[in-house]
Design a protein around this ligand. Structure first.
Ligand code: VAH
Length: 318
């Protein structure tokens, strides 16, 4: 049985659905700090209210269902973390330590995501290596580097089966992200459908790695099912499907919505976070060690995003 924290978030909501389809709904226990009755997650299988900083309740739920895998997604994302850095530290690190301790006590498999946010201004920006300098200057990045090191520590010291990836910006049409720096790459599609225009808070020419959510789901499942003997790296595999900037999205969208226009109103906080991150990272370790192979490029993702958003809003694709 699999316990997922942060189940109502951008990744969590997709992953709960995907794993319930794959392993059976009663094998996936969804948890989140709140409940929203309009969410299918709540009604399609076991759901528990869980604040991951509450170790006692966290442990109670893990034992109640006798879980053998913990997927820890509850986190405060990069931009929001910069507004409330100490709160972010308490949630991101306090939650992670609780999750790791409970995983250790139950000897479960363990997954938690890191991010390209774990790199900083001194990291090589082009084709960023799997193993390289990491001196992030954001609270989120500090949390992610510490998280990577903690997951390695629990594997080396306690033989806990920890596995993780560094996600790029993730794009999806299910649940919108909240408080991230790469959220523009999701917003732009919704605004393109609704208003045929988008005002972007990241300046043109700012390259970041991105990936479509279906590829992120596949990656988590592939890594968790991989033969551990083949994993030279265990945690923090670089993942990416594309290195793109706002103008790339605009041009691709204009192929379907010719009237679409992009405008810029820079948010200095999120721009400085984006500037501290790589432009493009090297995902060869994930490809070589467990067969990571993203299916969606910008063109294919754009068609799927616009089609799904338009069908959700029941507007025909142009
Ligand atoms: C964020 N979407 O923007 C997350 C992610 C690489 C970006 O970590 O904070």
């Amino acid at each position: 049985k699999i316990l997922i924290t942060g189940s109502l978030g951008q990744i969590g909501s997709e992953l709960v659905r995907r794993l319930r389809d794959l392993y059976g709904k009663d094998h996936v226990i969804a948890t989140d700090i709140r409940r929203t009755d309009d969410s299918k997650i709540i009604h399609s299988g076991p759901f528990e209210i869980l604040d991951v900083t509450d170790a006692k309740n966290f442990s109670r739920i893990a034992n109640k269902y006798n879980v053998d895998t913990i997927i820890h997604l509850a986190t405060i994302l990069s931009a929001k973390a910069e507004n409330t850095p100490l709160h972010a530290w308490n949630i991101n690190m306090g939650g992670l330590v609780n999750a790791l301790e409970i995983a250790r006590n139950l000897d479960t498999k363990f997954f938690t995501p890191s991010s390209i946010g774990s790199f900083g201004p001194l990291t090589p920006k082009v084709n960023t290596p799997q193993d390289t300098i990491q001196r992030p200057n954001t609270m989120y990045g500090i949390n992610k580097v510490a998280g990577e090191l903690l997951c390695d520590y629990y594997y080396n010291k306690f033989s806990l089966d920890t596995r993780s990836v560094r996600f790029p910006g993730l794009i999806s049409h299910g649940t919108p992200p909240g408080g991230g720096t790469t959220d523009y790459a999701v917003e732009i599609y919704y605004e393109a459908v609704k208003k045929q225009a988008y005002t972007c808070y990241i300046q043109k020419g700012t390259y970041m790695d991105m990936m479509y959510m279906p590829d992120a789901m596949d990656a988590i499942i592939q890594l968790m099912e991989a033969d551990p003997a083949k994993l030279r790296h265990r945690n923090a595999f670089n993942l990416t499907a594309m290195s793109v900037e706002p103008e790339d999205f605009a041009k691709e969208i204009q192929k379907h919505i010719p009237s679409f226009t992009i405008h810029y109103q820079i948010d200095p906080v999120r721009q400085s976070i984006a500037d501290s991150w790589p432009n493009s990272i090297d995902a060869s370790a994930a490809k070589n060690e467990w067969g990571f192979h993203p299916q969606y490029d910008l063109e294919k993702m754009t068609i799927d995003m616009l089609t799904n958003i338009e069908s959700d809003n029941n507007i025909g694709i142009k």
